[in-house]
Design a protein around this ligand. Structure first.
Ligand SMILES: C[S@@+](CC[C@H](N)C(=O)[O-])C[C@H]1O[C@@H](n2cnc3c(N)ncnc32)[C@H](O)[C@@H]1O
Length: 204
């Protein structure tokens, strides 16, 4: 999946992934990461997500990376008062631990599942590279019958999560949520069952 795919989506306003409120996983499970106030949280493939605002409002320093300059500009325009959010325009795969800086946690919603299978391996490798030991990740995946709809968002099943992260992270499932009512466009495209699975990953 080339960067142009995402630039085109932002230019054509095909941003159905953008939600009008923060993801429910934050209110339900972020506390289980037991981070200290001021912890630095990384949001890969951030879009202009309200999750960035939620995290900053919960006493975190937030750093996001987003390919689209349009998304970054809209975030700045829509949240002129946002404090504590450093949303950078750039390519996740070009970040290094030095350019990102030390992080304590990661929030992944609509990021891993946005990528096709081959890129998911590079994505997991890159997150592991950017995560010091002890870094915790709250990861939200989607599960549905991939024969019913072509992604993105892609279905990422538990065996794949273990294949991607099991060698570098301890993996805990926190919750499975039924989710089809939140994604009417997926329902309209033929998806009959959809769940979101919320994981906590801890970098070894
Ligand atoms: C499905 S959207 C999800 C955005 C956000 N997480 C949310 O929940 O609204 C994926 C985003 O990742 C961005 N993106 C895709 N590839 C990227 C890359 N290699 N580096 C940084 N951002 C990328 C796209 O422009 C798009 O805004």
């Amino acid at each position: 999946m080339e960067p142009q795919f995402w630039h085109d989506r932002w230019e054509r306003r095909e941003i159905g992934f953008h939600m009008a409120k923060p993801h429910v996983a934050l209110a339900r499970h972020w506390h289980s990461l037991a981070l200290t106030p001021g912890a630095r949280v990384f949001v890969p493939l951030a879009g202009k997500s309200l999750d960035l605002i939620w995290l900053a409002e919960h006493s975190h320093r937030v750093v996001g990376i987003e390919l689209s300059q349009l998304a970054v500009r809209e975030f700045a325009e829509e949240h002129p008062e946002a404090r504590g959010v450093d949303l950078r325009c750039g390519d996740l795969f070009e970040l290094t631990p030095a350019t990102l800086g030390r992080i304590d946690a990661i929030f992944d919603r609509a990021s891993l599942v946005a990528l096709p299978p081959s890129m998911r391996i590079d994505y997991a490798t890159q997150l592991a590279r950017l995560s010091p030991p002890g870094t915790q990740t709250l990861l939200v995946t989607m599960e549905y019958d991939q024969r019913q709809m072509r992604g993105p968002p892609h279905a990422v099943m538990p065996d794949e999560v273990h294949a991607l992260f099991g060698a570098t992270h301890d993996i805990t499932v926190l919750e499975e949520l039924t989710a089809l009512e939140d994604f009417p466009r997926m329902s309209a495209r033929g998806v009959t069952h959809l769940s979101e699975r919320i994981y906590r990953l801890r970098r070894r």
